[in-house]
Ligand binder design. Structure first.
Ligand SMILES: [Zn+2]
Length: 338
């Protein structure tokens, strides 16, 4: 914690660095990076781009996003402290960096979203979601992210940091698009191991998420990373985020890869549970943890006269949420592959 941050915490308010990032106010860090000779831009509200003055296609381009769900505040705190420290030691920044604070209005309101889930907007056809406030926000994020990666070298990362709604057998886990090329995927999986991410789900199909979009359209090694639980800004237990914070700091400073303490368990998607009607009912209650195992033939959900059941010897349920809009994913069933 810096002295300013410490004093902020002492006075009972939010530490200034956390307050600033939660408000998508980049003025302090932008000035420090600019003073150190970086090309700094604010391509959209809530987005900060920091590039080295000279182009180098060997340099990695790293996008880091937080607050895509407005109530997922832990990663905002983690990134705030990390950016604050890095900006005071700006010459250590080894990559071109895009920082995105996703749903700024929802963060301000202390809500997950204003009209609809921002992390379902990154798809070509939005249907009934098109009129939501989040649709325009996603367009801004896509434009700025596209501009950031346009002309970047081949080493491209996008880490979209979240916290899970419900408890999980694996307290931290990540979703990685299958379509990330093998070499980049191996580096991403190694980084996730360094960040002590317990489980990785290889995902064959977009659910309209920001990270999948970056993988599909910008060739980024991209992942949605779920870190612990939803919590109030300023009151998160940041010790839960130590390893991911260290790994992210290392990535941004170009530190050599650290040994992995324990490789993440890898899963693949067995089936997507789509809510097709308002009659949709899940077979288990809201207290069900992520990665709860269900045996073959067990009932997952009923939707009118369609029933979803477990097809493999065992499938584990992730993101069960019967409250999503009709047409969207109400859960994922996964099987372990390594
Ligand atoms: Zn989230």
């Amino acid at each position: 914690m810096t002295q300013d941050a410490f004093e902020g915490a002492q006075s009972g308010g939010l530490p200034p660095a956390v307050q600033a990032l939660a408000e998508a106010d980049f003025s302090a860090v932008a000035r420090l990076f600019a003073d150190a000779g970086f090309a700094v831009a604010l391509p959209a509200p809530g987005m900060l781009q920091v590039k080295h003055a000279s182009a180098d296609l060997n340099r990695a381009s790293v996008a880091v996003s937080v607050g895509v769900h407005g109530d997922e505040t832990g990663p905002i705190e983690v990134l705030a402290y990390l950016l604050d420290a890095l900006s005071r030691d700006a010459s250590a920044l080894a990559v071109d960096l895009l920082v995105c604070v996703g749903n700024v209005d929802a963060i301000r309101a202390g809500k997950r979203f204003i009209d609809a889930d921002l992390n379902r907007m990154f798809r070509p056809v939005r249907g009934a979601l098109a009129s939501a406030a989040e649709a325009a926000r996603a367009d801004d994020m896509i434009a700025a992210t596209s501009a950031f990666f346009n002309g970047a070298g081949p080493v491209r990362w996008h880490l979209d940091l979240h916290t899970a709604i419900r408890p999980s057998v694996y307290p931290t886990f990540a979703i990685v698009p299958d379509l990330v090329p093998d070499v980049a995927k191996a580096q991403l999986i190694a980084w996730l191991g360094q960040a002590a991410i317990g489980a990785i789900i290889m995902n064959p199909q977009s659910a309209g998420t920001y990270s999948y979009y970056s993988a599909e359209h910008f060739g980024a090694a991209a992942s949605t990373v779920e870190l612990g639980r939803v919590g109030t800004l300023g009151q998160n237990d940041l010790s839960l985020f130590d390893e991911v914070s260290r790994a992210l700091d290392g990535l941004l400073r170009g530190a050599p890869a650290q040994p992995i303490k324990a490789a993440s368990h890898v899963f693949k998607v067995a089936q997507e549970i789509i809510k097709h009607s308002d009659d949709f009912r899940m077979a288990f209650d809201r207290s069900t943890q992520n990665f709860t195992a269900l045996p073959q033939h067990a009932l997952i959900a009923i939707d009118g006269d369609v029933s979803y059941t477990v097809k493999h010897a065992e499938e584990l349920v992730v993101f069960p949420n019967p409250d999503v809009r009709v047409g969207l994913r109400a859960g994922l069933m996964v099987v372990r592959v390594s």
